[in-house]
Design a protein. Sequence first.
Length: 943
Amino acid sequence: MANYNPQQIEAKWAKAWERKKAWQVDLKKVSAKGRKPYYNLMMFPYPSAEGLHVGNVYAFTGSDIHGRFERMRGNDVFEPMGFDSFGIHSENFAIKMGTHPKAQTAKNIKHFTEQLKQLGALFDWSRAVTTSEPEYYKWTQWLFLQLYKAGLAYKAKAPVDWCPSCKTVLANEQVIDGKCERCSSQVMQKELEQWFFRITKYADKLLKNLEKIDWSERTKIAQRNWIGRSEGAQIEFKIQNSSLKINAFTTRPDTLFGATYMVFAPEHELVEKLKSQIKNWGEVQKYLEEAKQKSELERTELTKEKTGVELKGVRAVNPATKENIPVFIADYVLASYGTGAIMAVPAHDERDLEFATKYKLPITEVVIPWLIDKRNPPVAGKKKVERRNVHAIVRNPKDGKILCLKWKKFNWLTFPMGGVEENEDIVKAARREVEEETGYTNLKLVRVLGGQVCAEYFAAHKDENRVSYTTAVLFDLAGEDRVEVSEEEKERHEALWLEKSQITPQNMTHTETGIWLSRWEGKSGSYLGEGVLINSGKFNGMNSKLAMGEIVKFAKGQKKVNYHLRDWLISRQRYWGPPIPIIYCKKCGTVPVPEKDLPVKLPEVKDFRPTGTGKSPLASVASFMNTKCPKCKGKAERETDVSDTFLDSAWYFFRYPCTEFKNKPFDKARVKKWLPVSMYIGGQEHAVLHLLYTRFITMALKDMGHIAFDEPFKKFRAHGLITKEGAKMSKSKGNVVNPDEYFVKYGADTVRMYLMFLGPFAEGGDWSDKGIVGICRFLSRAFELVTAKTEAKNDLVSLRNKTIKKVTEDLENLRYNTAIASLMEYSNEMKDGGKKDIETLLILLAPFAPYMTEELWSKLGHKDSVHNQPWPKYDVKQVKAERIRFIIQVNGKVRDVMELAADTSEKQATDFALKSRNIRKWVGNSKVKRVVFVPGRLVNIVV
RNA sequence: GCCCGGGUGGCGGAAUGGUUUACGCAGAGGACUUAAAAUCCUUGACCCGAAAGGGUUUGUGGGUUCGACUCCCACCCUGGGCACCA
């Protein structure tokens, strides 16, 4: 018996495939009829010195299986691989090891390539791309120039995030929790002149296009959140005794009547302009100085108490109330968002409340919640839930506390919609009951919130089918006595609530619970939700959502949209990256390097360490820096910063199919045929950085007329993370699994399949050596099945068709774990199977275990490769079994199982069922009320 | 705080509203072997029971349904992302 020897087999076929260039597609050739170009892309790796780890193997295998599947389905699959070799990562490593990044990178790439070749993937090595090669970064620089020409690249002085350890500025996206993404040192704020890409110009398109692309929903959500569109209004506040005005951005214009003060960010330009008017300038200046010195982390520390200084002598006018309100500077307001100034509404914003409490500023409540019974949302046309709930809410004017005392159900028909607010009966009834149950007598009616408000609410939520059903009756305690709530009283009310309302803290909604409990406990808290306006002049009683628009109009404000997204800061004061192709001339100013002079080569220098002065190490290389102005030929200096690594990887997929073009970054016809990418697979960790930048670059290239599409990847799927004992693998933890020893011990096929079998591809899994023997056994058994050469037996028609269907569907949805499971089931029956079954098994298995299936296929005497076989089709009719195990239930409980013909009729099945001893026992003498029959599945006898 | 996931045997994980636990690992029993490894066969949620059989069970509590891991409401736990973004 020939034993399965993966090492030998894999070495043999790897060689043969390379010799035959088995996976190279001719990108120029028009695809044969019926075959479509299929660009199967995976995120290219950063070639680390440690080499490939199982996380890479996982990602690439999952992607490769997809590519192989599409190839067997008759597409021309282009599956390239390359290296993201520029960047801080490589450079930091070289610094630590005392080597040069160039030499180090070359070494790493060599090692990586060797490892990747073992994987058995479809990689077309003739088109590998390395971002640190001049022939690649020449075009990265070209891309910069195009963006510059289009006005999408600009230089500006701005407060930027600076990593003191990496000694460079960072993009907004690379700062995590106030720390550097790379080295975790605390990021500082610095005011520097830097290059930016105007990604914000595309904010709206980046957001809208998400609807039309087929990406994992999680990734889309992450992008949406990052772009952070928020709709609101800009409202102008006049400054008393001044021609100056303050513009404030708010998402809650409905709370304008509650704006009791204003706050500037310390960097706000008006602070300086108002200097003459500010009476306590010394104090203000001191605060400004302090704010400047704080790091980003210190400023955004949530536990930190809010600080600020009033601008004495400066008063703003609330356009709604016409009241004069104080103005502060405080660092809890960010200069970089909105207008850098806010109207503070302490009653409805937690941060404002915290500040107002500390500085004893007035708090005016302008929105109060309504309570909604979500348990039985009434739907028009359904009688049984048509009813109306009345809350009696008692407000204590002394401390503003609200007690929700009553929950009474009325028949909906008694109170026709719309008339409720004026319906005295409700008020009287509520008052009587509240008085009875609380003993409070001096109740003053504040308001009845009824049908109208709720109808508006539902209209605003496009839920017109619902009728209004909640009414709140608000009382003030007019008298002075009995205002304090004792512990016993609280308990009594709580019991009352539970008893009468049938509402428990468990089934209340979040909002209800939060408000109710915080009121009881006397905690101050701001109500952030929607509700009904109070203390808002003529807008009292209006739905807060509807009031937004009305109040903006009233205050002559403007609707405005703001984004969280910032422009992409791409300058890096480092060595290992593409120099930014810009020349500064005293006469001509900023001059882009002419395209014919590209690449601006990165000079080979000995000392490439970051300087920390805010200048790149290149600034000390005179031969690099000093140059001629392309325009006037006079003396000029080069830009010495390099660009962000993310720019390298933002366009690499354009280069892959065009590597042979030396005079252009990509060829129009080639791109037209092969792009956008058919399927992109990569890690979820790039959901916002890389994937947002690639989309931006693609949109920009389209608008500049270079390409005809605006989204780079038709489909994107994120794979999960491979952990070790539940922890993320990292060098610092020392738990990185190197796949090499497993390749040697079990072979690549086994490693591939084991990883895919761990769990759903999108969710990753935990690497342990335990389960790998299961896959090893499976492959050995399959191997022996073929080599044992027993004569053909049965034909597993039904199972074969079922398996083909299952595997095909699972592959389409990247559900590799269940595909493998069904292949195992199929192979477990294979001792009864004939030649056709064995061949089908090999073909279905080929994308997972390319080496072994190829070997066995050739052992079966086939000349052609198993990977060139067409993907098998299944016959729907054959998928169904003839006899089926019917489940027999009595009152929904399984009491028997019977094997019957698949097409057994309801009557037949019921008769069979009732004859069963088991069933008779359960049915007994009871009358059969009803029989539920699901064809081909079950009979449920209800008695 | 906000936004996404997830919670099913000893473990990884399967389950169009229809037998919970497919497939695999570990375990138990057996065969082969002087023996072990490897391999093959059998078994496999929990409780009661000798067995037949019965009861319980998909984080918790409710609801809808003939029937719920699956749908609805609320809660708890947990992994991840974002966060003084007005």
